[in-house]
Each structure stands twice: as C-alpha cells, then as structure tokens.
Design a protein around this ligand. Sequence first.
Ligand code: SF4
Length: 331
Amino acid sequence: MIERVILAKPRGFCAGVVMAIQAVERAARSEDRPVTVYHSIVHNHTVVERLAEEYGVHFVEDLNAVDALPAGGDTVIFSAHGVSPAVRQRARELGLSSIDATCPLVTKVHTEARKYAREGYTVLLIGDSARHQEVLGTSGEAPEQTILVGVLGKSGPGLHDPYTVSVPDPQRLVVLTQTTLSVDDTRRTIEILKARFPALVIPPSEDLCYATKNRQDEVKRIAPAVDAFLVLTSTHSSNGMRLLELAGAECGRAYRLETGADLDALNLEGVRTVGITSAASTPDDLVQDVVARLRALNPALIVSEEGEWEHIEFRQPRKLGPNDAPIRVQQ
Ligand code: SF4
C-alpha cells in the first residue's frame, strides 16, 4: 500500500519548452493555413498529439515534405532542439517563412561551435546519440571540424569513445556538449578528455542547461527518502531518460510512464513512498493524473511537493520571411 507521494520541484516544462509550444500555438492561431513544425516541437508524444489534434499542426522530418502536405503550409517552425544551417538554407530555398523556436540555451552552444570553428579549433561535441536532433543541429554548424563523443559508458553509431577518440591537433581543441545530458557522466567524460588532451579548451559557461541540472539535483535529493521513483517521460526525451537512469541508480527502483495509464502495468509491491518527477517536455497534467490514480487506489495517500520552482522565461521568436526579414504575426 502506497502511503506517501513526493513530487519533485522543479519538474516538467522548462522555459525553452514553454516558449516553443507557445510559438506553435501562436502561429497556429494567427496563420490562415496549417503550420508545419520541423521535427517534434519538443520530445513528448502527448504534446505533439495535442498540437496536431487541437490546431491541425503538421510535423515533418524532411522539409521537402512541406510542399507535399495536403493542406500545404508556407511557414515552418524549427523545434526547441535547434537545426543546422543546412536546414535553414533549405527552408529559404523552398521559399518558406520560418519561426525559430530553438531554445536560447541551445543557440548558445551553436554560437560557441561557430566561434571556435572559425578560430580553427576542432570541436569535441559530447552527446548521447549521433541522431539526436540537437546533436545534428549543433554539429551542422561546423561538420568538418566536429567530432562526436559519447558520454562515458555509452556508445552508439557515430559516437567516439572519450578514451580512444583521436583528433587532428590536440593544441586546438574545444569541448562542447548537448544541453540535456547526465551532469555527473558529462563531468567525468570531460575529465577523461582533459587528461588525454591537456590543452583542451572548456568554455567558461557550461552547456548543460539549468533545467537539466535542477531536475537531476532534485531527484538526487529526494531519492534517499523514497522506495521507488516514477518518471514521466517519452523515450526520445534525452533529459527525461537521464532522469530515469539517475532515479534508478539513486534509489534502486525507477519506472518510466508515458501517461498515467501506464501505472496499471507496474508492480509497486512493497513500495510505501514514491517520488515523482517528469521530463522538461512532459505536461504537468500527466503528473496530476498519476497522483489522482494513486489516490484512487490509496485513499489515505499523503502528497507533498519538495524543492523550488524555477522562474525563468524566454522571449517568443519572431517570424522571418524566406529572405530573413521579420514578418509581423497577428496576436
Ligand atoms: Fe532549453 Fe534545457 Fe529546456 Fe532543452 S531542456 S529546451 S536546453 S531549457
């Protein structure tokens, strides 16, 4: 019988996700044709399904598909994960207007990649998958000068091992990272690279974002007090899956839920206190639904929240024409 639930704060939407979803909603309300989003606007199935159902938003993985969509669409929105210059260029060639919903913290990493590449550095970009949209976008800033490195202990196609990666010039080397990795594993990976390449430049402000760090910190803080953790995340959410791994490592039992319906399949035998957190792209009503279901099964359930909410907001992006000139969007 579950007696207590501890909800982690912060959890769920970060400022970048709020900005990106609002950008899509705003465009969908103001455009007279359905808007198209390049890639999932954020990595959560429920968010994407709701935008498709409520606003008729189309999601494409290839800009050439925009023209082929039945309802057409001359505005494309770039997702929170960012895109490479090649994707922006293709949008211009297709005559598409664009709204860039890239999180400013991802844009910061793109700016660093361009700066160091211009200065002749090789960029070691630490990521958790060579196919992750953010990694594709950042590495696309300087593809010839970027080498992808896997986070410690993880490998995959296209990712080099930090222990064996070779570089053209160890004296002109910088390390950048995906924004949503494991804080601890990223630190260790950078330590290995620094030990191998002492001249490695580590930019003064790290690339892991505040939302990633804060959610991981809170899981670590709560884990000793709970018997199991429930983590609401889609499997393609990098920050969410890192929370799941961390929760499992810290408290020994962690379960992923896409929605509250997944509770039915869980065996929570022996669990009296449960921690709950969610990815930066998971809507909080899904968390509230899990709590309601647990309460229905355990009427005396005590629910508390621990930690602090974040108070960060990002500005809405402007709409740009195919020539990059700003276009006014009706509210
Ligand atoms: Fe931006 Fe971090 Fe949120 Fe990604 S998880 S959208 S980098 S704030």
